[in-house]
Write a protein that binds this ligand. Structure first.
Ligand code: SF4
Length: 370
């Protein structure tokens, strides 16, 4: 499929027709009626971040009262709980904290791996790029050091939309699309698997979505290192992009702006957002499945869409339910909290007509009977 064909489908295709194309592709790639998921926990080691992306409700400034760096005691307790719940992985990510250097991350990894037998899926490309820059190392050396210290794979966070036109407006301080792709390419060359994500429903146009999908597809053609693609929709509450009149009502960020003498209602952006509807979500998910013929797995995002929409999404190209998210802080900071248990996920998959299967990060199935 060419970019032009992809754009045509995204803009004009009949939704059910596109969904059927995606479902056919899923069946071709995944012959069985199995839908996988992983038991893991999101651990955010710090919420301090110098990037201050306009779509982010999670970050804090260093002097904010609720700014934190997670203590080792709390970190180890969280990992212990994850293992007790049958978890096999932690997803560890955080903001770009100006006081943390590469030694902090290496020590963090060593300390986890010396205590627990757990897969560490951690540090998105913006974090890795920042570590490399601060240490004065190449990306290759930085990733190699992290790998030796115990990093197993890299999550696709921080991609948002891989179109610099959009990035310059919503996250001007964040690394550009070229750098994001470079981190992933270096990791793949070192034999590390990664995932790829896409956040849509902010200010992007359909052309930007195609730009993103095409960049992922081209890199995957060269390296084959992406295990999965995860599209999810922007959650505007408590973010700077949300616009005047709503933002900051009672939120920590709104209060913080007030303390600093900035009205929480003052417009901070002249950008216009068009939040994704359920239909937009299904359309983008289905197109992603069809366009990314070379990425084996497409995850549905129950965290942003809820379990019911995630069930529908299994017929729009999704073959994986993603993580059980024993803990999730980033989307929750934007006011979206779908509390579900492993039992709920298993039930949602079964009642959609599929067999649930617990997997690891490499999509090896480790448990089938539920
Ligand atoms: S999205 Fe990530 S990089 Fe941007 S402000 Fe939030 S934590 Fe920082």
């Amino acid at each position: 499929m060419t970019k032009r064909e992809g754009l045509q489908l995204l803009k004009n295709a009949d939704l059910l027709g596109l969904g059927m194309m995606a479902d056919k592709m899923r069946q071709k790639l995944h012959h069985d009626k199995q839908v996988s998921f992983i038991i893991d926990r999101n651990i955010n080691y710090t919420n301090v971040c110098i990037n201050k992306c306009k779509f982010c409700a999670f970050y804090r400034e260093q002097d904010d009262p609720d700014a934190y760096i997670l203590s080792r005691r709390k970190l180890f307790a969280k990992i212990g709980e994850t293992i007790k719940c049958g978890g096999t992985q932690i997803l560890i990510q955080g903001g770009l904290h100006p006081d943390l250097g590469i030694d902090y991350y290496l020590d963090l990894l060593h300390s986890i791996k010396s205590r627990f037998d757990i897969h560490v899926h951690g540090f998105s490309p913006p974090e890795i790029y920042y570590m490399a820059e601060k240490a004065g190392y190449t990306l290759k050396k930085t990733i190699q050091l992290l790998q030796e210290a115990g990093l197993d794979s890299i999550p696709g966070g921080g991609a948002e939309i891989l179109s610099d036109r959009v990035r310059e407006q919503v996250s001007p301080k964040k690394i550009g699309s070229r750098q994001w792709l470079k981190v992933m390419e270096e990791a793949h060359k070192l034999g590390m698997k990664t995932t790829a994500t896409m956040m849509f429903g902010s200010i992007e146009e359909p052309e930007d979505i195609i730009e993103h999908l095409d960049a992922i597809r081209r890199l995957q053609d060269r390296t084959g290192g992406f295990t999965a693609f995860i599209p999810w929709s922007f959650q505007p509450t408590n973010t700077e992009l949300q616009g005047p009149g709503v933002r900051g009502q009672g939120s920590a960020k709104g209060k913080s702006r007030e303390r600093k003498g900035v009205s929480p209602y003052a417009p901070t952006s002249n950008t216009r957002i068009h939040p994704a509807t359920g239909i937009d979500y299904l359309r983008v998910l289905a197109l992603s499945r069809v366009y990314l013929y070379n990425v084996p797995n497409v995850q549905v995002s129950w965290v942003t869409q809820g379990l019911k929409m995630a069930q529908v999404a299994l017929r729009f190209g999704g073959n994986d339910f993603g993580s059980t998210m024993l803990e999730e802080n980033v989307v929750a900071a934007a006011g979206v909290k779908h509390i579900v248990s492993i039992k709920d996920i298993v039930h949602a998959i079964k009642s959609s007509g599929f067999q649930p299967a617990q997997r690891d990060m490499y999509y090896n199935i480790i448990r089938k009977r539920f």
